[in-house]
Ligand binder design. Structure first.
Ligand SMILES: CC(C)(COP(=O)(O)OP(=O)(O)OC[C@H]1O[C@@H](n2cnc3c(N)ncnc32)[C@H](O)[C@@H]1OP(=O)(O)O)[C@@H](O)C(=O)NCCC(=O)NCCS
Length: 167
């Protein structure tokens, strides 16, 4: 069943990225501290942020899901991403929030909404997630959601803890 956007949570809502989200997204992806343990492990330039948004939009069009913009409902601000991506490992859950919003349970809320969408309307049967071995906060989000830790894998040349959840 296709998802009806925005997906509304208590404090955040999720919707596909729009081209006009560039500035807000770049405040997140251009921050070295936010990106230290994500992807290649460093901040990206504005053009790469634009390419990431284009990639998410393309993924959404092809699969009906993607990494979505996370909006804080009180301010309407785009504060990061959370969503689902097709990878060689299966459908992977990911999330990244601007530093000023950390530590309030918002990643857990957004990630839980992704899991509910995956196992509900999207009818997926399994999700995968990886967290850099030096990222206990991310691993803790996954544990709170009920993911099971599986094994250590290498991603982007760094050790990552792999987690799975089955419906
Ligand atoms: C990881 C990230 C998404 C967490 O976002 P958040 O909104 O702060 O997460 P939440 O508040 O929902 O949950 C974090 C949990 O980890 C815990 N935590 C935070 N730092 C921790 C640490 N160093 N060790 C162990 N647990 C830690 C928090 O206490 C909280 O658990 P609690 O609710 O039981 O108290 C955020 O820090 C982020 O965007 N980091 C940069 C990008 C990133 O690493 N993304 C994940 C890539 S795999």
């Amino acid at each position: 069943m296709p998802l009806a956007f925005p997906l509304r949570g208590v404090r955040v809502e999720l919707r596909p990225f729009e081209v006009t989200d560039l500035e807000a997204a770049h405040r997140v992806y251009g921050d070295a501290e936010v990106m230290r343990l994500v992807g290649e492990g460093g901040p990206v330039g504005r053009e790469e942020t634009a390419a990431m948004i284009a990639g998410y939009r393309d993924h959404q069009a092809r699969h009906g899901f993607a990494f979505w913009a996370v909006l804080e409902r009180g301010t309407g601000e785009v504060i990061g991403d959370a969503g689902l991506e097709v990878t060689a490992e299966g459908v992977e859950l990911g999330y990244t929030l601007a530093r000023s919003w950390w530590g309030r349970g918002l990643a857990t809320e957004a990630a839980r909404m992704c899991v509910d969408a995956a196992f509900g309307p999207l009818a997926l049967s399994q999700l995968v997630a990886v967290a850099d071995a030096r990222n206990p906060a991310s691993a803790h989000v996954l544990a709170k959601l009920g993911f099971r830790e599986d094994r250590l894998v290498s991603a982007y040349g760094r050790p990552h803890r792999r987690f799975t959840m089955v419906r």
